[in-house]
Write a protein that binds this ligand. Structure first.
Ligand SMILES: NC(=O)C1=CN([C@@H]2O[C@H](COP(=O)(O)OP(=O)(O)OC[C@H]3O[C@@H](n4cnc5c(N)ncnc54)[C@H](O)[C@@H]3O)[C@@H](O)[C@H]2O)C=CC1
Ligand SMILES: CC(C)CC(=O)C(=O)O
Ligand SMILES: [Mg+2]
Length: 362
């Protein structure tokens, strides 16, 4: 049994001194938004001396140079950090899936990031395509190490009319229980204390029933948390027609991926959506990244919104026990969004947004 408490308090002690942060800017706008997130992190920590960053050039460039996506030696080095900040991975010059699976998912799986935390909040003044949907403030707890993303599949007779492709979703009692337990604990700590399981157990009867039984069993330990269930197709309806009904959503890897892009869209856009790939046991560094991808359509133009990356820094700080600093980052973002809403600030470059946020937290 790892000394979890010892490791957490050692990390907190180091936070007072120097945070050891691995930075993986990755591809496309990942390169641009990570710079801004680091500016804000450095400012909120009170200067460069408080964070020791090691940058890892992983992604399309390394792949083209060496054919590698995540060398074992790099993975081992990453384990020695307090946290990881990632931009985004994926590039049109690399076959689809190579970097997504070989780098991003490999990191999440190898470092046991089983809680993929994705908060969604509609900040005051931020325009939503829903008009005035009421207060939106929920968190999606997405399972991060199982489901259809494990690579359990294959293809036969590729390229022929008889081709058969499979992608089998893996759901273990161990994996489902630990993420469901984490989601209940989060729901119990929130004012509304409500948990919604999203799945598709009317069709995916094997996995779906495991999730349903697990929620029932773990829920018995959390009598103060109200439990709700939605099939994933219906959940997309309510995310648009009544998003205020959600508090904590727990769901599998694929459904959580899809729902959180939709959640981002209704709360001001993908440029504002942050995430944490968390190992709550703290036996490995957790990894924080915007929900969005590498956005090749806008990469290199300094027009990407770095706010999602900056809010991911806020999640990182909260994970490391610095709720005070996390709140400062969030407050700076909320104020910046309010200034956008009033027209006090207009269209700005990626770096100008980062500069403003860094100045606000410093
Ligand atoms: N976590 C990660 O590293 C992820 C990587 N990807 C990869 O990224 C590549 C592009 O994927 P897409 O499906 O196009 O998703 P995407 O999230 O990169 O882009 C979708 C749309 O959102 C816009 N967008 C994204 N982030 C933005 C920001 N910060 N500010 C303003 N607009 C923003 C893009 O311009 C695009 O129109 C692919 O290779 C994909 O596999 C996709 C999602 C997550
Ligand atoms: C690129 C995928 C591996 C992941 C993704 O889209 C996500 O985690 O949001
Ligand atoms: Mg996604």
């Amino acid at each position: 049994m790892p000394d979890v408490r010892g490791r957490a308090s050692a990390t907190l002690a180091r936070m007072v001194d120097t945070l050891r942060l691995a930075v993986i800017p990755g591809d496309g706008i990942g390169q641009e938004v990570t710079v801004e997130a680091l500016k804000v992190l450095t400012a909120v920590l009170g200067g460069g001396g408080r964070v020791a960053t090691t940058e890892y050039d992983l992604g399309a460039r390394l792949y083209h140079r060496t054919g590698e996506t995540l060398p074992d030696s790099v993975l081992e080095e990453l384990r020695g950090h307090d946290a990881i900040l990632l931009g985004a991975v994926g590039d049109p010059s690399v076959p689809s899936g190579v970097l997504e699976r070989g780098l991003l998912l490999k990191l999440r799986f190898a470092l046991d990031h089983h809680v993929n935390l994705r908060p969604s909040k509609l900040h005051p003044g931020v325009p939503s395509p829903l008009g005035d949907p009421g207060e939106i403030d929920f968190v999606v707890v997405r399972e991060g190490t199982e489901g259809p993303y494990v690579g359990n599949g294959g293809a036969l007779r590729v390229g022929t009319p008889q081709e058969i492709a499979t992608e089998v979703s893996v759901n273990t009692a161990f994996g489902v229980e630990r993420v469901v337990r984490d989601a209940f604990a989060r729901a119990a700590a929130r004012p509304r204390r409500k948990l919604t399981l999203v799945h598709k157990h009317n069709v995916l009867v094997h996995a779906g029933h495991l999730w349903r039984r697990t929620v029932e069993a773990v829920g018995a330990e959390f009598p103060d948390v109200a439990v709700d269930y939605l099939h994933v197709d219906a959940a997309t309806i309510f995310l648009v027609t009544d998003p205020a009904r959600f508090d904590v959503i727990v769901t599998d890897n694929l459904f959580g991926d899809i729902l959180t892009d939709l959640a981002a869209a209704v709360t001001g856009g993908i440029g504002l959506a942050a995430s944490g790939n968390v190992n709550p046991d703290r036996t490995t560094p957790s990894m924080f990244e915007p929900v969005h991808g590498s956005a090749p359509d806008i990469a290199g133009q300094q027009i990407a919104d770095p706010t999602a990356a900056v809010l991911s820094v806020s999640l990182l700080l909260a994970h490391l026990g610095r709720d005070d600093l996390a709140a400062r980052v969030e407050a700076a973002v909320a104020a910046d969004l309010a200034r956008r809403a009033t027209g006090e600030v207009g269209t700005r470059s990626t770096s100008a947004v980062g500069d403003a946020l860094a100045a606000a937290v410093g």
